[in-house]
Write a protein that binds this ligand. Structure first.
Ligand code: BDP
Length: 323
């Protein structure tokens, strides 16, 4: 009797642990951007909806500010199921799922409005499916807006010639290195978190990004010239670990997908407001916005589009046809 009771007492905590974990699945969500950034605000809302609409069967924890590592590291952790969800730039997905590189090509979109129409349509869904159907171990659910990327430097770039020999940081994607090189610069890949000190110490002469990132990651403190090259307009997928996805019930999968799409819509509105306010703040902080003639930059990068675009000739035609 006593023996049985002891056994039961010993087993109880296990029974309890097992049943409680069987009921709640924690979603850890990683983003490199800080709290208050449009993507992070929309992700926090996504979390609230997931918890509420799953009746607590899903729990949510936001890890903003890159605390779980660089985007490359976050993707690796998501692939093994250590992180359940993340928003990453398409730039770092390209080296692993080459098919997405069609969106990573310089000047493939006419402008931000064009990019939005494309990701909202069939082609956008197809590229998400390419990620999901790859061996990448991720399910791609929706897109967030990452604005238009322009080059920022310590010394002004008013024309293509000014860029000559400048060391410009890009994301870890060979296509981006080649893009900067084709413009006459010297493309250098490094993680987002390393840019600030690389600018400060002069390891690089500049980088390229949208106004909210230039502001919120404080790069403007050491790079006061912002040349509106508009060479990349990169959408950013919201992804879930395939391992996590497979643990969800079909109803939960529908919920996750729907909630991610809602986050896409919310972030877009937040993005537009943040872009405007970032531009104002950057200008007030002494950043000079330089209007450049984009044509020479476009022409200089033709070789990159030729090299990488060949397998996607049809897709590129469909992207161009989107009005
Ligand atoms: C920002 C993207 C972020 C990238 C970053 C970068 O939102 O996902 O990590 O650029 O260039 O615009 O590293």
């Amino acid at each position: 009797m006593d023996f049985k009771r002891t056994l039961l007492a010993a087993a109880l905590p296990f029974v309890f642990t097992l049943s409680s974990t069987a009921h709640a699945l924690e979603i850890k969500f990683a983003d490199i951007h800080p709290a208050g950034y449009p993507t992070v605000v929309a992700e926090e809302q996504l979390g609230k909806t997931l918890v509420a609409d799953s009746n607590g069967k899903l729990t949510f924890k936001m890890f903003a500010g890159g605390v779980l590592g660089s985007e490359k590291e976050v993707v690796e952790q998501a692939q093994v199921g250590a992180i359940q969800m993340a928003r990453v730039s398409l730039g770092i997905v390209g080296p692993v799922v080459p098919d997405v590189n069609v969106f990573n090509m310089p000047f493939v979109f006419r402008d931000q409005a064009h990019m939005r129409k494309v990701i909202d349509g069939e082609v956008g869904d197809e590229i998400l499916a390419k990620i999901t159907d790859s061996e990448f171990g991720l399910v791609a659910l929706a897109w967030m807006d990452g604005g238009t990327r322009n080059i920022y430097t310590k010394k002004p770039v008013r024309s293509l010639a000014d860029l000559k020999g400048m060391k410009i940081r890009v994301q870890g994607n060979p296509m981006f290195i080649e893009t900067i090189n084709a413009m006459g610069g010297n493309g250098i890949a490094m993680d987002t978190g390393e840019i600030f000190s690389a600018l400060q110490t002069g390891v690089i002469d500049g980088a390229e990004n949208n106004p909210p990132t230039l502001l919120e990651h404080n790069h403007y403190q050491n790079a006061k010239f912002y040349s509106l090259t508009g060479h990349l307009i990169l959408p950013e997928p919201i992804v879930m670990s395939k391992i996590t996805w497979d643990k969800l019930t079909p109803e939960q999968q529908v919920l996750v997908k729907k909630t991610a799409k809602a986050a896409q819509a919310q972030e877009r509105t937040l993005w537009d407001a943040k872009s405007t306010s970032s531009e104002e703040k950057l200008k007030a902080a002494g950043v000079e916005f330089i209007t450049v003639d984009k044509k020479p930059f476009y022409e200089a990068t033709a070789s990159v589009r030729e090299k990488y675009g060949a397998p996607y000739a049809d897709l590129i035609k469909r992207i161009e046809a989107v009005q």
